[in-house]
Design a protein around this ligand. Structure first.
Ligand code: CTP
Length: 407
């Protein structure tokens, strides 16, 4: 049965987007090739969701198509991948469209990008390489059957039934990052993971390849952890998806602690995904080297592990608390608190962090000290006193330090 998508769906696009698509359609028709809206955008049309990206499949050579588009209209190519036959084009209005030649994909190894081939292939072969049925829908933009909804895998019905379903049983073996994507769509759309898809997912998770590269998984986790902080973490634990990167995650994160630590402005909200990833991997060694972490990320993880290895911190031992947390990255302190709930963190942030030695090197010289490495010892002595609640003013510091002046 042919279903033509009601034009109203198309109206979810802005006028500028529609105009950019009309220009693209003219070029495609001139070149005698078919183009289709494909994947997420068609899914979002049907679900009446806000449209994020415009993806267009070109059943032909995208490089040729994009060049013709630039020649005939006022747009520019902002990124072109000759090898992958994709082109990002920016139209005069600022609208951007991602064009890609239809292609087949072959997975050579788990976790790495598949090899693309057979560019300009039939639409069904392009669709076959995709993750879930809900992402396989295409909307024909050219020809007499314009706006025909092409649905090779029953994606429309799965959207209606709110089901996330893989296309074939090897899907998660080909690309384990799809496990995180399944959870992302489940949470984002409030869908269910279809039964057999869930079984295949669990089968893979019982047999995770501990050598595969984890960049794609990290990037999907980052997206997932930006949706809804708490549910997403619980879902990763509940579904066993944590096994992709960890043997032993922190099983429960405490929302009260997260909210409490948030009020101290120790990190930017956009860094929160990383805190959640750390909660997954902090007790597990296997993912460290393959997560492609930045030097900063590694340092946060290292510092937090160091803090977690400290046994017993007496809440009255100001000096120890100060030494533990001073000079640590704020994000490490936040992560440590979320995991441990250690009250000394709060004491440090509320009180001790504010304690500063007021006297300077110049003051010491004026008092008659000769500049040397000994200055650091002197500052330390003052700090210790201050941590005991003494020496509130600079004058008191000066008076205290004078007794160390060698006659
Ligand atoms: N895709 C896939 N396997 C992946 C990642 C992507 O098969 N590991 C396919 C999906 O079919 C998807 C398309 O590539 O529709 C484009 O990927 P992406 O832009 O990430 O997906 P969207 O569905 O547009 O998701 P979002 O709404 O989050 O942008």
């Amino acid at each position: 049965m042919s279903v033509f998508l009601d034009k109203e769906y198309y109206n979810l696009l802005s006028d500028d987007s529609k105009f950019a698509l009309e220009q693209s359609i003219l070029i495609a028709e001139k070149l005698g090739i078919n183009i289709y809206l494909i994947g997420g955008i068609v899914r979002d049309f049907i679900m009446n969701n806000k449209i994020k990206d415009i993806d267009v499949a070109v059943q032909g050579d995208v490089v040729l198509f994009a060049k013709e588009l630039v020649e005939q209209t006022n747009c520019e190519i902002i990124n072109i991948q000759d090898k992958l036959r994709t082109a990002k084009v920016k139209f005069e209005s600022g609208v951007e469209i991602d064009f890609a030649s239809t292609r087949k994909e072959i997975y050579l190894s788990s976790g790495i990008l598949p090899q693309a081939c057979d560019f300009g292939c039939d639409l069904i072969d392009d669709v076959r390489r995709r993750d879930f049925t809900i992402n396989t829908l295409a909307l024909k933009l050219t020809g007499s059957d314009k706006f025909l909804l092409i649905d090779y895998f029953n994606g429309y019905q799965d959207i209606v039934n709110k089901k996330i379903r893989i296309l074939h049983e090897k899907s998660f073996v080909d690309d384990p990052s799809r496990i995180i994507r399944a959870i992302k769509f489940k949470i984002r759309f409030n869908f269910d993971i279809e039964e057999n898809t869930y079984v295949q997912m669990q089968q893979y998770l019982n047999n995770v390849d501990k050598k595969m590269p984890l960049e794609r998984i990290k990037s999907e986790l980052r997206q997932l952890f930006s949706i809804d902080n708490y549910n997403t973490y619980n879902e990763i634990i509940k579904s066993n998806a944590y096994k992709l990167i960890s043997d032993n995650p922190i099983r429960e994160i405490n929302i009260d602690r997260i909210n409490e630590i948030l009020s101290y402005d120790l990190y930017d909200k956009s860094e929160f995904w990383f805190i959640l990833i750390c909660c997954l991997i902090i007790n597990s060694d296997f993912a460290y080297s393959r997560l492609n972490m930045t030097a900063f990320e590694r340092k946060v993880l290292f510092e937090t592990k160091e803090l977690l290895s400290v046994h017993e911190i007496s809440i009255n031992d100001n000096e120890k608390i100060y030494k533990l947390f001073n000079n640590k990255i704020d994000l490490s302190i936040a992560l440590y608190y979320i995991i441990s709930g250690e009250k000394s963190v709060i004491k440090f942030l509320n009180v001790l962090k504010q304690i500063k030695v007021l006297i300077t090197g110049k003051d010491l010289i004026e008092l008659g000290f000769i500049p040397s490495a000994y200055f650091n010892e002197l500052f330390d002595k003052i700090l210790k006193e201050k941590l005991r609640g003494k020496l509130k003013t600079k004058e008191e510091e000066k008076k205290f330090i004078q007794k160390f002046l060698k006659k």
